[in-house]
Design a protein around this ligand. Sequence first.
Ligand code: SF4
Length: 367
Amino acid sequence: MRGISAVPTYVVMQPTTLCNLDCSYCYLPFRQDDRKMSVEVAGAVAASVNGWARTGRFSVVWHGGEPLAAGRDHLAALLAPFDPAVEHHVQTNATLIDDAWCAFFAEHRMRVSVSVDGPPERNGDRVNRGGKPAYQRIVQGIDTLRRHDIPFSALCVVGRPEPGRATELYDYFLELGCEVLGINVEELEGVNKRDNRHPAAAVTAFWAELVTAWRRDPRIHLREIEWSLRYAGAVLDGTADDLLPRTLDPIPTVAQDGSVVLLSPELAGFHDPRYGDFTSGNVLSTPLGEILAAATDTPWIREFLTGVEACRATCPYFGFCGGAHAANRYFEHGRFDVTTTDHCRNSKIRLLEGVLDHARDHEPTAV
Ligand code: SF4
């Protein structure tokens, strides 16, 4: 895997900066402000995306802020310029989901992913603007999805990955009925400055326990575990070199004002004296395809690619990880040409170690 692809597999869109919640670990800088994306910005993105969607599967992920806080009418107007071949996804805190939103998801064939951190006592960070727990409203929204038979994925942030947590979480999500589950160990990024260092053995044990829980009843697609098992299988088959894509997916994030940040949505809205505002252009003045073709003109991106090469040269986990995310390097180290971060320790290195520990513990005994 070298360099950046000129065509992404998906685009992240920010229909509004506003979020109706105020989760303590949130990285978003402008979540109290209601700055909405204009239809002109959506139209400019669609002009590039529609061509890509006609030649292969292509997704637009509506992310926030809280995308439902943009309102149904406005979101419908933003969706209108896109070709029917484009798949739309929404990442939501679920608190605003009601019957009318379910009808909207069905009408637009929108795939829904909800953010919830497990049982009520694990959702202490998910609070409303008054600091009150948001859990009841989250589950009401999810119940509404279920009542309408709308399938959903779930994204769970884990603040303290340690033994005993994984089984509890997995059982919760089995009961919740999600089809796909992503587990994010909390990251130090954006305006979230909380430390994300954890004892190595505890994090590894957390992941190993999650594999055990999943194998007991693998009804849910468990993103991190399935990817790790695929990698482990490819290593055994001698095909691991073919597993990562040939080039990095640029993951363009289009902010509400049309500015584009590549590779790491979490950098959108930030400014640094050395790197400026991290943007690579604006779709209102330059077609998205042209912005992507010139990705390496952005100095921080060149620095990041140097960091990825340093990872390739020094890290035994590179074939599994591919160099992880630019934003974690920046927010943890203040630059992009570094290698190891606490994020990659928690969510790459210890994840793979946990899967391998599970395999060792469940090796058939020789006779
Ligand atoms: S695990 Fe960390 S150091 Fe290794 S390749 Fe990934 S980002 Fe780089």
